[in-house]
Design a protein around this ligand. Structure first.
Ligand SMILES: Nc1ncnc2c1ncn2[C@@H]1O[C@H](COP(=O)(O)OP(=O)(O)OP(=O)(O)O)[C@@H](O)[C@H]1O
Ligand SMILES: [Mg+2]
Length: 255
C-alpha cells in the first residue's frame, strides 16, 4: 500500500530523517514511535506532500507520489490528522467535517454564490455522508455544536472525521491519543479497529503511549535521531536493547 524508500530529509545542518525504509501493507495498523524530535512528523509531512524529501522515494499503491502536491496525494487516497489539532473553532463540528469534502465539490463558484439547484443537491449528499461519519465515530449528537466546545479527545475525533470525508484508503494519525483520558484512549483503540474491520482502512500512526501501541499495532518502527533503530512486532520492541536504551528510558511506559 505504502512504500518509503531511502528517505532522507535535511533542514540545513539537521538531518531530521536519515535513510528510512519501510512498507505498510493493505489494512495493516502500523505504528511510528520514537523520542521527541526523532523525525516522525517530518516523515508524515513528506508522505503527504507537505515537504519534499532531500533524498528518496515514496510509492502509494505502486505509483510514485514523491513531490506530488498535497491535493493530488489526498485525491489518490491518503489523509492525515495533525499533532496540533487544526479545527476551525468558530465552526460547528459538522461544518469542520464538510471541509473534508471540498476536494470533491464539483459545482462552480458561481453556482455556490447564487445557490443554484446543483449546489443544494451536492450539499445535501455531503451532509448525509458527514453525518454518517460522525455517527461512526459516536459524535452525531455534537454535529451542531461549536468545535471548540468539545473535549480534547472529541476534537481529535473530529480531525479523524474530516480526514475520513476525503475517503482515504490510508489514514495517517499524528499522536491521536495525545491528551486523551484512559476511557477516550480505549474508545480510540476500538475506533481504529473498526476503521480497519468495517471500512477497510490502512492506518499509519505516530504515538508516544506504549500501551496503546502494544494494544493496536501489528508492526512498529522506532526512529531515533531520524534513523530506524527497530522494526517488528510491538512485543519484541520492548525487549530490544537498543530501543530500551535510546528511548524507553525517557518516556512514560505506563502511558
Ligand atoms: N520545518 C522545519 N524546519 C526546520 N527544522 C525542522 C522542521 N520540521 C522539523 N524540524 C526539525 O526536525 C527534527 C524532527 O522533528 P519532527 O517534528 O519530525 O519530530 P517528531 O519525531 O515528530 O517529534 P515529536 O515527538 O516531538 O512530535 C527536529 O530536530 C525538528 O526541530
Ligand atoms: Mg511530531
Amino acid at each position: 500500500m505504502l512504500r518509503v524508500e531511502k528517505v532522507t530529509k535535511k533542514f540545513g545542518g539537521v538531518v531530521a530523517v536519515r535513510d528510512v525504509n519501510f512498507r505498510v501493507k493493505p489494512m495493516e495498523i502500523f505504528a511510528l514511535v520514537g523520542p521527541n524530535g526523532a523525525g516522525k512528523t517530518t516523515l508524515f509531512n513528506i508522505i503527504t506532500g507537505a515537504l519534499p524529501p532531500t533524498e528518496g522515494h515514496i510509492y502509494f499503491k505502486d505509483e510514485e507520489i514523491t513531490n506530488l502536491s498535497p491535493i493530488k496525494i489526498v485525491d489518490l487516497g491518503i489523509a492525515r490528522t495533525f499533532q496540533n489539532i487544526r479545527l476551525f473553532n468558530s465552526m460547528s463540528v459538522l461544518e469542520n467535517v464538510l471541509i473534508g469534502f471540498e476536494k470533491s465539490y464539483n459545482y462552480t463558484f458561481f453556482e455556490a454564490v447564487f445557490r443554484l439547484p446543483r449546489f443544494f443537491k451536492e450539499e445535501k449528499i455531503h451532509i448525509e455522508k458527514a453525518m454518517e461519519i460522525l455517527k461512526f465515530l459516536g459524535l452525531e449528537k455534537d454535529a451542531n455544536v461549536n468545535a471548540k466546545a468539545l473535549s480534547y479527545g472529541n476534537q481529535r475525533k473530529v480531525e479523524i472525521a474530516r480526514a475520513l470525508a476525503t475517503e482515504p484508503d490510508l489514514l495517517l494519525l499524528d499522536e491521536p491519543a495525545a491528551g486523551m483520558n484512559p476511557k477516550e484512549t480505549e474508545e480510540l483503540a476500538d475506533t481504529i479497529f473498526k476503521l480497519r474491520e468495517e471500512k477497510e482502512k490502512t492506518i499509519l500512526f505516530i504515538e508516544h503511549d506504549m500501551k496503546f501501541v502494544q494494544k493496536i499495532a501489528d508492526r512498529v518502527m522506532v526512529l531515533d535521531y531520524g534513523k530506524t533503530i527497530f522494526e517488528g512486532k510491538p512485543a519484541l520492541m520492548m525487549q530490544d536493547e537498543t530501543v530500551v536504551k535510546a528511548y524507553l528510558g525517557d518516556i512514560d511506559v505506563e502511558g
